[in-house]
Write a protein that binds this ligand. Structure first.
Ligand SMILES: CC(C)(COP(=O)(O)OP(=O)(O)OC[C@H]1O[C@@H](n2cnc3c(N)ncnc32)[C@H](O)[C@@H]1OP(=O)(O)O)[C@@H](O)C(=O)NCCC(=O)NCCS
Length: 157
C-alpha cells in the first residue's frame, strides 16, 4: 500500500462495518485492546466524538476515534490494517487527530496504550510523554493482565 494513495477524511456511523473489519484485523485478541461494534456504535453519536478514516481506493484501511471534553482531547482508538503498516498511515491519522482536536479547542491530548504495545514508538515520536500507569488494565484472551500507560502532549508543541 502506497501512502500517497491514502486519503484521510471524516467518517460516520455508516463506516462502522468497515471500521470493525479494520479493528478485527488490527488488534491482536491476545491483549484485549479491541472494542466491540456495540461499544463503538454507542460512543460514535455522542457529542465531542469524531471518527477519521484512512481510505485507499475507496476501502477503509485505518481509522482513528477521538473525543473532546472542554479543552482535553483523547485518542480513543487508532488502527491500521496489517497489510498497510509502516507506510505512514498511522502517523497521518495521528496528525489528523491532533489537527481536529486543536480546531475544536483542545490544548491537551491524551491517550492510553498497553504497556509493551509497539505503537508507543509512534506516540513517542509524535511528542507524547508518559503521564501515568493504570495497573492491570487490560485482560488478554488467556487471562493475562497488562498495564496501560497514559500518555499526553500539549497541542502547541
Ligand atoms: C499502531 C498502528 C496504528 C501504527 O500504524 P502504521 O500505519 O504502521 O504507523 P506508521 O507507519 O505511521 O508509523 C510511523 C512510525 O511509528 C513507529 N512505529 C509504528 N509501528 C511500529 C511498530 N510496530 N514497531 C516499532 N515502531 C513502530 C515507527 O517509528 C514508524 O516510523 P518508521 O516506519 O519510519 O520507523 C498499527 O501498528 C496498528 O494498527 N496496531 C494495532 C492497533 C493498536 O495497537 N493501536 C494503538 C493502540 S490504540
Amino acid at each position: 500500500m502506497s501512502k500517497c494513495t491514502v486519503s484521510i477524511s471524516e467518517g460516520s456511523i455508516l463506516d462502522l462495518e468497515a471500521v470493525m473489519a479494520v479493528m478485527e484485523d488490527s488488534f491482536d485478541p491476545a491483549y484485549g485492546e479491541a472494542w466491540t461494534a456495540a461499544q463503538c456504535a454507542g460512543l460514535m453519536p455522542l457529542p465531542g466524538v469524531w471518527l477519521s478514516v484512512a481510505r485507499q481506493h475507496e476501502k477503509v484501511v485505518g481509522f482513528a476515534l477521538g473525543r473532546i471534553v472542554l479543552t482535553e482531547a483523547e485518542l480513543l482508538l487508532l488502527a491500521v490494517k496489517r497489510i498497510g503498516r509502516r507506510r505512514g498511515v498511522g502517523q497521518l491519522l495521528l496528525d489528523r487527530f491532533r489537527l481536529i482536536a486543536s480546531a475544536k479547542g483542545a490544548s491537551k491530548l491524551h491517550l492510553e496504550v498497553r504497556d509493551g504495545n509497539p505503537a508507543m514508538n509512534l506516540y513517542r515520536r509524535a511528542g507524547f510523554t508518559e503521564a501515568g500507569r493504570r495497573r492491570n488494565y487490560y485482560t488478554g484472551r488467556d487471562g493475562q493482565i497488562y498495564d496501560a500507560l497514559t500518555l499526553m502532549r500539549e497541542t502547541f508543541i
